[in-house]
Ligand binder design. Structure first.
Ligand code: ZN
Length: 161
């Protein structure tokens, strides 16, 4: 079965940056299982997987525009430390939710100099090329329930409560 919209796909993947550093990998755990064609993966990777079948391996580089977006300097702001009162363990790398004019946004503390804390609202992988090694483990048709929800159910997928 070839990967097409409305199929459930399980993949093992290793993601590296351009220096070869491993950023994420499923290889020591469960495969990633997703519903193809519903925006559950970054667009560049979905496009590369289309038409492949179980057992295929691909090795692709996804540019930022097809991944987590270009790095946007406008999403970086500095605030006085007192504005973050109540945030425990405030240090470089701390993730927090900030209120912005566009609503709540996940921010990462990128710098602390004296009383000034720099918050970066970019995705941690924004602006980076994403180098994926992928092995397709399984391809199956989605159930009607999965299609109506737009995501996968069962092992490796989303679980209902
Ligand atoms: Zn569901």
């Amino acid at each position: 079965m070839n990967i097409a919209p409305d199929q459930v796909v399980s993949i093992h993947y290793t993601l590296k940056d351009d220096s070869g550093k491993i950023l994420d990998s499923s290889v020591d755990g469960e495969p990633l299982t997703y519903l193809h064609g519903h925006g559950n993966l970054i667009p560049g990777l979905e496009r590369e997987l289309a038409g492949k079948s179980a057992g295929d391996r691909i090795n692709v580089t996804i540019a930022p525009t097809d991944g987590y977006g270009e790095y946007d300097a406008a999403l970086v702001q500095s605030v006085p430390r007192r504005a973050l009162k109540g945030i425990r363990d405030l240090r470089v790398g701390t993730r927090l939710q900030a209120q912005t004019a566009q609503g709540p946004r996940a921010m990462t503390v990128s710098r602390i100099v004296g009383d000034l804390v720099t918050l970066d609202g970019n995705h941690p992988l924004a602006g980076k090329n994403l180098n994926f090694d992928v092995e397709i483990a399984e391809v199956r048709a989605a159930t009607p329930e999965e299609l109506s929800h737009g995501h996968v159910h069962g092992p490796g997928g989303h679980h209902h409560h």
